[in-house]
Design a binder for this molecule. Structure first.
Ligand SMILES: Nc1ncnc2c1ncn2[C@@H]1O[C@H](COP(=O)(O)OP(=O)(O)OP(=O)(O)O)[C@@H](O)[C@H]1O
Ligand SMILES: [Mg+2]
Length: 251
């Protein structure tokens, strides 16, 4: 683990109890992310990882019961999903939605205009095409409707394209690596590492697989079991989980 005490705190979650509607799923969850840190969040199916992501991005059915979430000095819970995005929060979804009638390019342009600034069409077009090329995405994807008919891996790449274009302060990636083939995983990992170098975001990488963590080395690894952190450590914890599974963490 790198010593990071001097870096500013981007996200501080304290003793969070939250869930979906009346069902309590997170039960005393704590996490602090400082600028430039990459945190991997692992844990068995159903332990609450996506629920945490949904709470953070402001899913309409997500409910916070108690505890606090401070995002860059603001009470996150009081911010609307749009305000959270403007404040620098980006979420790459486990299951990206398909939106008929809105092209990927227009979606990106609208998002950029709302989160960042108005930008000249030609300049924005070049920026997006350059990013798509780095991700080895055919530019034809830009004129297709958002995610409609995209394969699983193509949807995940489109999420990374959005992240690169929007350069957020905090990135939450919910299983962005799931469904990527070996080459796509490497390309996506390289883009995440490029993001780390260019705009230095805090990253919460939710994953089941050790393989992405070989490319995107986390500073911290946390294991969520039944809504609480059951173990945490540095990158070596992911290796231990790969070898031993979750049984020893469940206790
Ligand atoms: N809308 C809902 N209604 C009822 N239960 C829900 C709802 N959403 C989530 N849950 C439950 O909350 C628990 C946590 O779900 P969550 O999606 O957060 O798990 P996860 O850790 O992301 O799992 P996975 O690794 O499979 O993606 C699960 O038991 C799930 O069934
Ligand atoms: Mg999930």
């Amino acid at each position: 683990m790198r010593p990071n005490a001097e870096k500013s705190i981007l996200l501080e979650i304290k003793d969070l109890y939250a869930g979906i509607e009346s069902r309590e799923i997170l039960k005393g969850f704590n996490l602090t992310i400082r600028e430039g840190e990459t945190h991997a969040l692992m844990g068995p199916n159903g332990s609450g990882k996506s629920t945490l992501a949904n709470v953070l991005c402001g899913h309409p059915r997500a409910q916070v019961k108690s505890g606090s979430i401070i995002f860059r000095g603001e009470n996150l819970v009081k911010l609307s999903p749009e305000e959270r995005a403007k404040h620098g929060l980006f979420m790459a979804f486990q299951y990206p939605v398909e939106v008929t009638g809105v092209s990927l390019f227009n979606f990106l342009k609208t998002a950029y205009g709302s989160v960042k600034e108005k930008i000249d069409y030609a300049r924005f077009g070049k920026m997006v095409r350059d990013e798509a090329e780095k991700l080895k995405m055919d530019p034809a994807f830009l004129s297709r409707y958002l995610n409609e008919g995209f394969s699983g891996g193509e949807k995940k790449k489109a999420e990374i394209l959005q992240m690169m274009v929007l350069s957020p302060k905090i990135v939450i990636m919910d299983e962005t690596d799931s469904g990527l083939d070996i080459d796509a995983l490497r390309i996506v990992s390289e883009e995440i590492n490029r993001a780390r170098e260019s705009f230095n975001p805090g990253i919460l990488l939710i994953t089941h697989y050790f393989r992405i963590l070989k490319y995107v080395r986390p500073d911290f690894v946390h294991v969520l079991v039944d809504g609480r952190i059951a173990a945490e450590g540095g990158a070596e914890l992911a290796t231990k989980l790969e070898e031993n599974g979750y049984e020893w963490v469940r206790g």
